[in-house]
Design a binder for this molecule. Structure first.
Ligand code: PLP
Length: 389
């Protein structure tokens, strides 16, 4: 059999390797505290589940949806107006996604031809780079460095790259570094995109997971942003709907339109009961958003305060569901630290190198365990002596 050359760039993923390490340890009858995959584990409200369940029982809801329902489009528009004071035209400026992963993997196909240049952050959430790779694009990595608070330095992008670039992806609150970007950064992005005629995608997946009484805005509220790009958001974390696969792409109507056209040839729309659940999530009681945020914030406090006390020097994240922590100097690389940490403590984390070359020297921990488990993790790390001061 002969397969596509493009498959050569996809080896066994890091999460498969971590899963094997986990399995081997469990087979030895030992405990594993898994902080590796960022799979949200806070369920949706009962009301959201009821709305979905009622819709599931209606035979009429088993047709191809083809399009987004008017209710869903209006619910997204209202949410953007209420949350960010951004006006969206439901007909032309909104497109649902089967999870933002769907959009992230496909949007590059609607913008980039093979060989075109795409600007992606490094480190980044893997599909940010894999989507453009599938499209055959050439990637230019924009490093996220601690000394710049992990904010992309647009002035460091060489002029000839900027001129060639067609598409750029930015995302704060950021996975994996958990960094936030100041509003001034987004003004710079708009000016940069206009100067070099680059389409911008801002992934705002963690917009509702910002802690310590702070909040973040929308890229689209920056003057000029609607002219240059789009924003993605997701109901996975905010409303606990990860498995239902609901996200949306909003903003510039040409970009939204191209993605809609591509998707209309690929999928036949989102299952109608899921659209109904999304409408309930976006328009129903929003207390759940603050509750979810508080749950992640408490987990962060228990984990980070405890690990810092145990001698692990790290910064507490201001948002997202991740902690980005440096590995101790005594380790050569993040993979060897991950293996040793698992061996000595049972704590499984993701090596920073999995997110791109600039991720080396760090690990990412996902806040996906309960507060009680976080306490056990802290205890396991403290007694292991790995970070003895
Ligand atoms: C930055 C970022 N964008 C998108 C996604 C995917 O979200 P969804 O569940 O909507 O596909 C994730 C999931 O972890 C993420 O971290």
């Amino acid at each position: 059999m002969k397969f596509a050359n493009r498959m050569n760039q996809f080896g066994e993923g890091v999460f498969s390797r971590l899963a094997v390490m986990r399995k081997n340890r469990l087979a030895q009858g030992k405990e594993v505290y898994d902080l590796s995959i960022g799979a949200p584990n806070i369920p949706p409200t009962k009301r959201i589940m009821e709305v979905m369940a009622e819709a599931v029982m209606k035979p009429a809801n088993y047709v191809y949806a083809i399009n987004d329902t008017q209710q869903l489009l209006e619910a997204v528009a209202q949410w953007y107006k209420r949350r960010y004071d951004v006006e969206l035209n439901p007909e032309t400026e909104i497109c649902s996604l089967l999870g933002s992963q769907d959009g992230l993997s496909h949007i590059a196909l609607s913008i980039l031809d093979p060989g075109n240049v795409m600007l992606v952050p490094d480190p980044c959430y893997p599909i940010f780079a894999d989507g453009p790779r599938i499209a055959g694009a050439e990637l230019y990595y924009m490093p996220l460095q601690k000394e710049n608070d992990y904010v992309i330095q647009l002035q460091d992008i060489p002029e000839e790259i900027a001129r060639k670039a067609k598409f750029m992806l930015v995302s704060y609150p950021n996975n994996p570094t958990a960094a936030m970007a100041p509003e001034s950064f987004y003004h710079e992005v708009v000016a940069f995109a206009k100067k070099y005629d680059i389409i911008v995608l801002h992934d705002n997946a963690y917009s509702e997971l910002v802690f310590d009484g702070q909040s973040c805005g929308s890229f689209l509220s920056i003057p000029g942003a609607m002219e240059v790009g789009v924003e993605f958001n997701s109901l996975s974390k905010t409303y606990g709907l990860a498995g239902a696969r609901i996200g949306f792409c909003v903003g510039n109507k040409e970009v939204v339109g191209m993605l809609k056209t591509l998707k209309s040839n690929m999928d036949y729309g989102m299952f109608l009961p899921i659209q109904a659940a999304a409408v309930e999530a976006l328009t129903g009681n929003q207390a759940v958003v603050a509750e979810t945020r508080a749950a992640y914030e408490h987990r962060r406090d228990v984990l980070c305060d405890g690990l810092i006390e145990a001698g692990w020097h790290m910064e507490k994240p201001a948002g997202t569901m991740f902690v980005w922590a440096p590995i101790p100097d005594s380790y050569q690389d993040s993979e060897s630290f991950v293996a040793d940490l698992l061996d000595k403590t049972g704590v499984l984390v993701t090596p920073g190198s999995a997110f791109g070359p600039s991720g080396e020297g760090y690990v990412r921990m996902a806040l996906v365990q309960s507060e009680d488990t976080m306490k056990k993790i802290v205890e396991a790390v403290a007694v292991s002596g790995i970070f003895d001061k």
